[in-house]
Design a protein around this ligand. Structure first.
Ligand code: TYD
Length: 127
């Protein structure tokens, strides 16, 4: 689900803001991917419990979401738009533009136990 963020337009530069109320979960952690070499793919996992909210704060990239039933490709290229990723969604990120920055907001601290990194395991976990 794409969520539009407020954009405060100003000749001095635009400003967008995310508050707890803006997204479907409370904000606990923020991390970002940058200096991604051209042709690199990231992601390739699902989370058992953790949702995510992904924003292309600079540049563009594709996020492929797969809930085990259907796959959808979202091209993120606007700093005032984000993609909500529900739990138990297999995600892949690819086609990063030069200078792309992928900001991810999470409802929990990093926990490797929450990851499913094997696709077959993801499919059987869904059953
Ligand atoms: P990972 O989530 O697998 O990256 P991506 O899905 O973007 O390809 O994380 C890559 C590495 O970084 C992995 O070894 C775990 C570590 N990491 C942390 O230590 N803390 C964090 O908050 C995140 C997101 C990753």
């Amino acid at each position: 689900m794409i969520i539009n963020l407020p954009k405060i337009e100003d000749p001095r530069g635009n400003l967008s803001v995310i508050e707890n109320e803006t997204i479907p979960f409370p904000i606990k952690r923020v991390y970002y991917l940058y200096d991604v070499p051209s042709g690199t793919e990231r992601g390739g996992h699902a989370h058992k419990e953790q949702e995510a909210f992904i924003i292309a704060v600079s540049g563009s990239f594709d996020v492929i979401l797969n809930d085990g039933q259907q796959k959808r490709v979202y091209t993120l290229n606007m700093p005032n738009q984000g993609l909500y990723v529900p739990k138990m969604t297999w995600r892949e990120l690819k086609n990063f533009s030069s200078g792309a920055v992928c900001l991810v907001i999470s409802p929990a601290v990093y926990d490797e136990e929450d990851y499913i990194r094997d696709y077959e395991e993801f499919i059987s976990y869904l059953k």
